[in-house]
Design a binder for this molecule. Structure first.
Ligand SMILES: CC(C)(COP(=O)(O)OP(=O)(O)OC[C@H]1O[C@@H](n2cnc3c(N)ncnc32)[C@H](O)[C@@H]1OP(=O)(O)O)[C@@H](O)C(=O)NCCC(=O)NCCS
Length: 180
């Protein structure tokens, strides 16, 4: 995938040669962003491992600006038992390969400037093309994360209860294809 979002920003698949740029991106995230976006360790070692992976069903996308990564998005077709168990309470049977976990992030300096909103139509199209019938937030979203909740609702995500950690977390899902 390689989609220009504006003349300065490109949404593209993560590449093998991205490990330094992705490590820099993880390092650059503020403690506040890291407390909200934690799909895996946000370390240089993890960046190297992710970029070295040869074969994976996981879709990893980056927003690039002038050679730097300033956004990172995960579309994960492998359903987690935790999300599956929580949605089962609502009579929703999430399935690997059909319901994709979704985790978005944008660098602090670029948050709230419309970047994820520019990327989202392309991410939704990619998910559909990859066979997704829905997107489910990976780990939900913290109830205090008003920006993320507004962003998800703008793109059609709906709330399905949630769970308590030190904070309350809303589970949210966006159905792409009601037929399957
Ligand atoms: C959540 C995140 C991915 C959204 O990306 P983004 O590029 O900042 O989002 P956008 O600027 O495209 O859209 C943000 C929307 O939220 C709205 N918004 C911002 N702050 C808000 C608030 N306090 N209350 C309500 N809405 C708010 C904006 O107005 C905008 O909506 P609009 O386009 O209708 O005006 C990004 O902010 C981020 O990485 N945050 C830190 C990590 C994170 O929280 N990840 C998600 C974990 S669930």
């Amino acid at each position: 995938m390689h989609c220009p979002l504006t003349k300065d920003f490109v949404l593209r698949s993560l590449r093998h040669d991205d490990s330094a740029a992705l490590g820099w991106y993880f390092d650059s995230l503020s403690p506040a962003s890291k407390s909200r976006f934690a799909p895996h360790p946000l370390t240089q070692t993890t960046a190297q491992e992710l970029c070295a992976t040869e074969q994976s069903a996981t879709l990893r996308l980056a927003i690039e600006m002038a050679g730097k990564i300033i956004g990172y998005f995960i579309l994960e077709p492998e359903m987690s038992m935790h999300e599956a168990a929580r949605y089962r309470q609502f009579g929703i049977a999430l399935e690997s390969g059909k319901d994709f976990l979704f985790a978005p992030s944008v660098a602090d300096a670029f948050q709230n400037r419309g970047l994820a909103s520019l990327a989202m139509p392309h991410l939704l199209q990619l998910a559909r093309q990859s066979g997704a019938r829905s997107l489910v937030l990976m780990g939900g979203t913290q109830a205090t994360n008003a920006r993320a909740i507004a962003f998800y609702e703008k793109f059609g995500f709906q709330r399905f209860g949630g769970y308590q950690t030190e904070l309350f977390n809303h589970d949210m899902r966006h159905v792409l294809n009601h037929a399957c």
